[in-house]
Design a protein around this ligand. Structure first.
Ligand SMILES: Cc1cc2nc3c(=O)[nH]c(=O)nc-3n(C[C@H](O)[C@H](O)[C@H](O)COP(=O)(O)OP(=O)(O)OC[C@H]3O[C@@H](n4cnc5c(N)ncnc54)[C@H](O)[C@@H]3O)c2cc1C
Length: 381
């Protein structure tokens, strides 16, 4: 382990590994990633890994749209066999007039940015997903280029490519403290000894607030458990990811035939609980029975949970913190950080290297909360 690096990155999830890779692409080699467990052991390896450009704010649309372009060629770029990117589209179900109106506004915004989404009638939605029943469905939106990937493969692909580019990636290495001197982070303390650094990137996912606090910086988000499960594999029967914001539910069939389904529970308390419950299975079963009863006979293989880190406007926190002067933030992803990883990685690398970023993410800085300049994202599960 080097005892001094230019860039220290905390967190070996998809975000930390993507940033490390894109930094190497810009010529920086003096990088160390510190991951307390194994790569993708946090939210990344627990997520649904859905990827969609159908968002309700221009910022999320643009970050996700560009990331989807990257996902399409990522395996080739990273010289990795496959990231299992399946572009079967996303079908987002609308229940209630207010939601349908919001979806109309979302599609208008998305189309203005070149995203090929469209409003569909209930009948067309049922043609796209033949086992969809949802008796009260008012309509839906569909974008054929949305999809999902394997989050372990994406993270591993970024990590391997970053290593080839010169970055050190230290798993089983916990960051235990940060030394700050004259307003700058000078040293990362780890359980394997101290490492001096030129700057620090905080990509610690749900634990980013704890890392920031080590340097006296407060970042506002709440952590919340989200439960998810996988079924036995069956013959291919569902191309798109199906989402209902009204039911807090998403459901996809992976290329190997298993269904992955998750549920957001509005009553879930704030905290770090990552246990799992019978209640989740019961709630999910009753909602699936209403939406797509044909899936009711699938056998559940495994259930687990992970943490969302939800900011006050459900948008990420990106860029330099006000202080310490060399603390970069890539956190607060609010349940959709996986799909933004390529663009977040590229943009953070560009900013760190002093280049103009491809997309201006300055509105996503930490200061927006104090300024009252929140940009609420309406399309979240
Ligand atoms: C159930 C569920 C479903 C989801 N579905 C989707 C989806 O469909 N699409 C989507 O885009 N997003 C989804 N998300 C959100 C997505 O998983 C996250 O936004 C994304 O993975 C964040 O990546 P990250 O690298 O920032 O965080 P993480 O993957 O959590 O990585 C942070 C890493 O930091 C490490 N760490 C923490 N503290 C320390 C320390 N002190 N020292 C060293 N290392 C430390 C952790 O071990 C962890 O590996 C979902 C999340 C959950 C929980």
């Amino acid at each position: 382990m080097k005892r001094r690096v230019e860039v220290a990155i905390v967190g070996g999830g998809v975000i930390g590994c993507a940033i490390a890779y894109y930094l190497t692409q810009l010529g920086l080699r003096d990088i160390a990633v510190f991951e307390r467990s194994y790569l993708a052991s946090g939210s990344t390896g627990r997520c649904g890994a859905g990827v969609r450009a159908q968002w309700g704010t221009e910022m999320n649309c643009r970050l996700a749209q560009s990331s989807i372009h990257d996902f399409e060629t990522l395996a080739d770029e990273l010289d990795y066999p496959s990231i299992d990117f399946k572009q079967g589209g996303y079908l987002i179900l609308a229940f209630g007039r207010a939601q349908l109106d919001q979806f109309g506004r979302n599609v208008a915004l998305q189309n203005s940015l070149g995203i090929q989404s469209r409003l569909v009638t209930p009948d067309e939605a049922r043609r796209i997903v033949p086992h969809l029943v949802a008796p009260d469905l008012l309509g839906a939106t569909f974008c054929p280029t949305d999809g999902h990937c394997d989050p372990f493969k994406v993270t591993d692909a970024y990590a391997q490519a970053a290593r080839r580019g010169g970055a050190e990636i230290h798993t089983a290495t916990t960051v235990t403290g940060l030394r700050v001197c004259a307003g700058r982070i000078t040293t990362v303390e780890t359980d394997r000894g101290p490492v001096d650094c030129g700057l620090l990137v905080n990509a610690a996912g749900p634990h980013a607030a704890q890392i920031a606090a080590m340097a006296g910086c407060e970042i506002p988000y709440m952590t919340q458990r989200h439960q998810i499960m996988v079924t036995e594999p069956v013959a291919a029967m569902q191309d798109p990811m199906v989402i209902s914001f009204s039911h807090g539910l998403y459901c996809q069939q992976t290329p190997r035939g298993s269904f992955i389904m998750g549920l957001g529970d509005p009553a879930e308390p704030v905290g770090f609980d990552m246990g799992h419950s019978w209640q989740f299975l019961a709630d999910l079963a009753s909602k699936i029975d209403y939406l797509m009863p044909a899936l009711g006979s699938l056998r559940v293989v495994r259930q687990w949970s992970g943490l969302y880190e939800v900011t006050p406007d459900s948008q990420p926190l990106l860029g330099l913190a006000p202080e310490p002067a060399n603390l970069w933030l890539a956190a607060g992803f609010s349940g959709h950080g996986f799909m933004l990883a390529p663009m977040v990685g590229r943009i953070l690398a560009q900013l760190i290297c002093g280049q103009a970023p491809e997309i201006d993410v300055s509105p996503l800085d930490l200061g927006r909360f104090a300024r009252g300049e929140l940009m609420r994202e309406p399309s979240v599960v």
